[in-house]
Design a protein around this ligand. Structure first.
Ligand SMILES: NC(=O)C1=CN([C@@H]2O[C@H](COP(=O)(O)OP(=O)(O)OC[C@H]3O[C@@H](n4cnc5c(N)ncnc54)[C@H](OP(=O)(O)O)[C@@H]3O)[C@@H](O)[C@H]2O)C=CC1
Ligand SMILES: CC[C@H]1OC(C)=C(O)C1=O
Length: 331
């Protein structure tokens, strides 16, 4: 039930559930480094709400490579101050709304990537916690057919997949080669290309053990990169979406006048790199494809990892072998 909290000193500017604590359990690192800097702390301050934010009771979260790259200090020049609660992807229940929140209300089941700019001043308090504060514009209502773990595995990866395809001008009838087709982003690029953008032909790379997985996603040409070089194939593509960081090789697979999307590593013209911007409107636009099952949330079968095993989840993600998403649930 929702009632005006006895905890607030004055009439609250927002509705809230009275059971919100002032401290919470969260994963934290106080210095940059390897997995060993991660600690679970039971006395982390529940983040204060800004007027345009909602407070979410976290039900599930997901890891992304940016989480470990940030923890290693690769983006320290534009990072928020330490200590950091990591985590970009969240799914959970709204327990408090700020005074400028327009649509969301207490009790709504939501999901999203909580950092609007992935590398430019990400929040100090992330989603690997019992509560997290997020701007309403970065969130969407959870698709009815997905549980919290499935929803948490989507936001950053699907928004990256969508944004890269949009920036590449991908459209119906075009062909695409996805480098890293079995990963969190690549597996969604494949699905969006086919189901949302109307690709004429989708090719993708993975290692031997993941070829059947690629085919299960509807890939027309599954390339085992341990056996052949994609750039040596006679077939060239309208778009090459590089989620691996293949450097100069990716541009050898694109048609004259085509586009090469680069997510990480060196960029060779005509390739371009971008950094994902979180946007709840993208999740809303994709909701019909998610609720119809045309686009699926894919959770690595080694998970979901329970909250107290986040360090193990990071160790697994950092092998660079995850299939789909590494999800944390229950929290
Ligand atoms: N610029 C941006 O805004 C963003 C950048 N990124 C970056 O994109 C990259 C991918 O992210 P994400 O999908 O989450 O990563 P994942 O950790 O999910 O990628 C793991 C997958 O990569 C595959 N892989 C590894 N090496 C190769 C290879 N040489 N060829 C083909 N597949 C390979 C693995 O398959 P296998 O075991 O078969 O090798 C595995 O399935 C990361 O570097 C990430 O930092 C991600 C999101 C946003
Ligand atoms: C510069 C790419 C960087 O940004 C994100 C979100 C990653 O995962 C990266 O590697």
């Amino acid at each position: 039930c929702v009632r005006i909290s006895a905890m607030s000193q004055t009439a609250p500017a927002s509705a809230e559930i009275s059971t919100i604590p002032t401290e919470m359990k969260a994963w934290v690192y106080e210095e940059y480094g390897g997995v060993d800097v991660l600690k679970i702390d039971s006395n982390v301050k529940v983040p204060e709400l800004k007027d345009d934010q909602v407070l979410i009771k976290v039900a599930a979260a997901a890891l992304n490579p940016v989480d470990f790259k940030r923890r290693l200090g690769k983006f320290k020049a534009s990072d928020s101050p330490l200590p950091t609660v990591p985590g970009y992807d969240v799914a959970g229940v709204v327990v408090k709304v700020g005074s400028e929140v327009k649509e969301l209300k207490v009790g709504d089941e939501v999901y999203g990537d909580i950092h609007e700019k992935a590398l430019d001043g990400p929040k100090q308090s992330g989603s690997l916690a019992e509560y997290t504060a997020v701007e309403e514009k970065l969130l969407a209502l959870k698709p009815k057919n997905l549980d919290f773990a499935q929803a948490a595995g989507l936001p950053l990866a699907v928004e990256t997949a969508y944004e890269g395809l949009e920036k590449a001008g991908f459209s119906s009838g075009k062909s695409i080669l996805v480098l890293g087709g079995a990963g969190g982003v690549g597996s969604l690029v494949i699905q969006l290309a086919k189901q949302v953008f109307g690709a004429s032909r989708v090719a993708a790379t993975a290692s031997t053990g993941k070829i059947e997985f690629l085919k299960s996603l509807g890939v027309d040409l599954a390339i085992d990169y341990t056996k052949e070089k994609f750039e040596d194939l006679p077939e060239k593509f309208d778009v090459v979406y590089d989620a691996v960081g293949e450097g100069e090789r990716n541009v050898k697979a694109v048609k004259e006048g085509g586009s090469v999307v680069v997510l990480t590593g060196a960029v060779t013209p005509p390739g371009f790199r971008f950094v994902v911007t979180s946007n709840g409107e993208v999740l809303k636009k994709l909701n019909p494809y998610l609720e119809s099952g045309k686009v699926k949330s894919l959770i690595d079968p080694k998970g979901p990892f329970p909250f107290d095993k986040v360090d193990e989840a990071f160790t697994y993600l950092e092998t660079n072998r995850a299939t789909g998403k590494v999800v944390i649930h229950p929290i």
